[in-house]
Write a protein that binds this ligand. Structure first.
Ligand code: FPP
Length: 294
């Protein structure tokens, strides 16, 4: 499947239509492309949008389809959201594709999601690369099935020098685990530094002063997946969750401190470019004060 927006289209602020979906008879996808939506116009665009793609199962159930059909449709929605973000010049798009808790689902569903991931990479890598998209993965993703891991690593490697949209796929991701991992790493570094400075643990006031210097919001942020590992991604400006659920579900807990939230009742497979644009319109009118006053 092709990406719609090439670099020329983006520069002109045009959204373009994908005809390959229509040609392949893919009704779900082609319907989306028939609507010429949407210019980013004068919107105040967020730098970083994060999405909790929820509702694939319910979408499928309503149609008496297996859950995996919902994930397949969800993958198409993810492709379209990525295209839109790239066309609109959004710099970071983080998608919650598989959480640390999702392993509790049936083997069939888990296996199916990773097969979909392989299918996604096989069908999209060329277009992602041509559109200058850089793919990153965040989470304990070395634990995913080997075949999916190989494909992912190939994707990360191929797109590593791209400078357009950063597509961050959260895989085997859990925010609490991410925080604990960050704490462990920072404590280790702190101990090392204290040893080098030869500060005795008995010297309470000296110890406290040094730790206040070493352990800061900034140094802790750099230990998270979104930190040094991925080039210090700015915190999400906007977090979208579909399907009517209104919670974070262990997603970007630290990074969401000042994020705006948008909840939509739309099930993820039905999340279109138009819905995305509506949310961005609304975001554009919000007044963000980060705890301060005007
Ligand atoms: C949440 O819906 C969705 C997921 C847990 C999986 C997300 C997967 C995709 C969007 C497609 C696969 C793409 C990749 C890149 C792996 P749910 O199943 O929790 O829906 P429900 O709450 O209605 O049951």
């Amino acid at each position: 499947m092709e990406f719609s927006g090439n670099k020329t289209d983006t520069a002109q602020g045009k959204s373009s239509l994908n005809t390959s979906a229509e040609a392949s008879g893919d009704i779900t996808t082609s319907k989306r492309f028939q609507i010429p939506c949407c210019d980013s116009g004068d919107l105040k665009m967020p730098t970083h949008v994060a999405i909790i793609m929820d509702g694939n199962g319910r979408w499928a159930k309503k149609r008496s389809l297996p859950r995996l059909a919902g994930h397949n449709a969800g993958m198409k929605a993810m492709i379209e959201a990525t295209r839109a973000a790239s066309d609109w010049g959004i710099k970071y798009l983080t998608v919650y594709a598989f959480s640390t808790e999702n392993w509790k689902r049936s083997q069939e569903e888990v296996g199916g999601i990773f097969k979909l991931l392989i299918k996604y990479v096989e069908s999209e890598l060329r277009e992602l690369h041509r559109n200058n998209v850089k793919v990153n993965v965040m989470g304990d993703y070395e634990k995913i099935p080997a075949a999916a891991l190989v494909k992912l690593k190939e994707t990360i490697e191929t797109t590593s020098n791209n400078t357009g949209l950063n597509l961050n796929i959260a895989l085997n991701y859990g925010s609490r685990a991410e925080i604990i991992r960050g704490i462990r790493s920072l404590v280790q570094k702190s101990l090392q530094e204290l040893r080098e400075l030869e500060i005795s643990e008995k010297n309470d006031s000296e110890l406290k002063a040094r730790l206040e210097e070493i352990i800061t919001e900034g140094s802790f942020s750099r230990e998270l997946y979104t930190g040094d590992e991925l080039g210090n991604i700015p915190d999400p400006d906007l977090i979208i969750r579909t399907s009517g659920e209104e919670r974070l579900s262990n997603f970007l807990l630290w990074q969401a401190a000042y994020s705006e939230f948008a909840f939509t009742p739309v099930m993820w497979p039905e999340f279109t470019r138009e819905e995305f644009k509506k949310i961005l319109d609304d975001y554009s009118n919000r007044d963000r004060r980060f705890g301060g006053r005007k």
